[in-house]
Design a protein around this ligand. Structure first.
Ligand SMILES: Cc1cc2nc3c(=O)[nH]c(=O)nc-3n(C[C@H](O)[C@H](O)[C@H](O)COP(=O)(O)OP(=O)(O)OC[C@H]3O[C@@H](n4cnc5c(N)ncnc54)[C@H](O)[C@@H]3O)c2cc1C
Length: 426
């Protein structure tokens, strides 16, 4: 196993991680930024900083690349810690252990997927999932696409799909119109540039029907998605489609932080005004502290980078973060999942799609632990990342317990983790 040392380790090279590295590098401290993708950029700048319209991506990346004290480790997935100051990464050809003094977790969030009848049919994906597929080159030209669920990501995905040549038939938003109007009013009052962005996005999509207060009943088809059934009040609606992209918001990736003992609340990692967690050498920034978009990720990443490298934080930095966190609050209030969404699935709907466990079997249990032990829910390839989050929403269970490795890994990596932990114990 290759061994590296650094003063500051940053996990995640999305907007938060790049902003953190860019702010910390002035201190002269040694920084290592690691990400499991081959290119930096995270979710929104997927494809690499040079290829996106947002100039901030290239600016941060150029600063990092030109600094002698910043090292970049790509295709490196954090899988375990052999010590609170030593992280183990799996790379395609090897395992690397990194010893660090301080850590910034910028490992983002993931899409919240909720089960409904037919959600396992080929042709049904997550909304962000479809966007990622298109950005990776999937050909959707001429495909009839329906986008459903809740949150601003639905419109962003509609834009991506439309630009890629798809025929977007409908964007179906669960929230009622009064909530959406209130959200827009708040944007105009407090976040003028976001309001303009939203209006221009809505305008560019004006040929696509956007319905509020509409909920998925089921996806149907014979071995492949053919139609999507919706309910809007008392009205039932069917739309013939090739693809259905469904998203219910973003859930923070708290696993690594929880493994290290950082406190969480409301599904996100708790931090102080310096972005420091309850564990003094660990800082957090971006989606891991709650879904708030790219401005929040950058504002928090910048502050975390300054704080972790003992530089001072300006009033302007704090104001930018406050504004971004206010926007996060608006998103949370407007697009929170409601009781109707909790009841989308029927008894026979599979919740754990890795181990084929339906709602009816899970309902017999009082906790995730009991359900996992008896039904094998959460024991498949995704290790409960999808069904665990769904069960928290559907049954109000606590987050799944964690143990190492946090991600499935090769047996050779497991052996390296064990050897490293033994060395630490001696
Ligand atoms: C599926 C999806 C689609 C989105 N689409 C949009 C959009 O179109 N428009 C928009 O405004 N916002 C979008 N967002 C929100 C957007 O992600 C955020 O606004 C912003 O990118 C958050 O930045 P971040 O740095 O916190 O996280 P991210 O950009 O998610 O970066 C986190 C990075 O950490 C890496 N990582 C995670 N776990 C590990 C690990 N164990 N080891 C190593 N690396 C790891 C990830 O690969 C990723 O590169 C999307 C979010 C998701 C989840």
């Amino acid at each position: 196993m290759q061994e590296l040392h650094t003063g500051i380790l940053i996990i995640g090279a999305g907007p938060a991680g790049l902003a953190a590295a860019s702010a910390a590098l002035n201190s002269g401290k040694q920084i290592l930024i690691a990400d499991d993708n081959p290119l930096p950029g995270g979710q929104i700048w997927r494809g690499g900083p040079g290829k996106v319209r947002d100039a901030r991506a290239a600016l941060f990346w150029d600063r990092c690349q030109n600094a002698l004290n910043v090292q970049w480790l790509n295709s490196a997935r954090l899988v375990a810690f052999s010590h609170p100051h030593e992280a183990i990464f799996e790379l395609p050809e090897k395992v690397v252990s990194i010893r660090f003094e301080r850590l910034i977790l910028c490992n983002g969030g993931r899409e919240l997927l909720l089960p409904f009848d037919g959600w396992t049919l080929p042709g049904v994906t997550g909304a962000g999932g479809l966007q990622a597929l298109i950005k990776a080159g999937a050909d959707v030209r001429g495909k009839r696409i329906v986008i459903a669920g809740t949150g601003p990501l639905l419109l962003a995905v509609a834009e991506t799909a439309q630009k890629a040549g798809a025929e977007v038939l409908l964007v179906a938003e669960i929230q009622p119109i009064f909530k959406l109007m209130r959200f827009m009013g708040q944007l105009i009052l407090h976040h003028r540039s976001k309001a303009l962005q939203a209006i221009s996005l809505y305008w560019s999509l004006k040929k696509i029907p956007y319905l509020s207060n509409i909920i998925i009943e089921k996806a149907a088809g014979d071995g492949q998605l053919a139609e999507v059934h919706f309910r809007r009040g008392d009205q039932l609606m069917t739309v013939q489609a090739d693809l259905l992209a469904c998203g219910f918001g973003i859930t923070p990736n708290t696993e690594i932080a929880r493994l290290l003992g950082c406190s969480t609340g409301g599904g996100a990692v708790i931090h102080d005004e310096r972005q420091c967690t309850s564990v003094p050498h660990i800082y957090v920034a971006g989606e891991i502290t709650g879904f708030g978009g790219v401005e929040k990720a950058i504002a928090e990443g910048h502050i975390a980078g300054l704080a972790v490298s003992d530089q001072s934080i300006s009033h302007g930095d704090e104001v930018r973060r406050e504004e971004a966190q206010h926007f996060m609050g608006l998103l949370r209030d407007t697009f929170a999942v409601n009781d109707e969404v909790r009841r989308l699935a029927s008894d026979s709907t599979l919740v754990c799609r890795c181990e084929d466990v339906p709602v009816a079997e899970l309902r017999q249990h009082a906790s995730w632990r009991s359900a996992k032990l008896i039904t094998r829910a959460g024991m498949g390839a995704c290790q409960g990342r999808i069904c665990g989050a769904a069960c928290q929403i559907m049954f109000g269970w606590d987050a799944p317990e964690l143990r190492q490795p946090v991600f499935p890994c090769r047996t050779s990596t497991l052996a390296a983790i064990a050897a490293s932990s033994l060395k630490e114990a001696k």
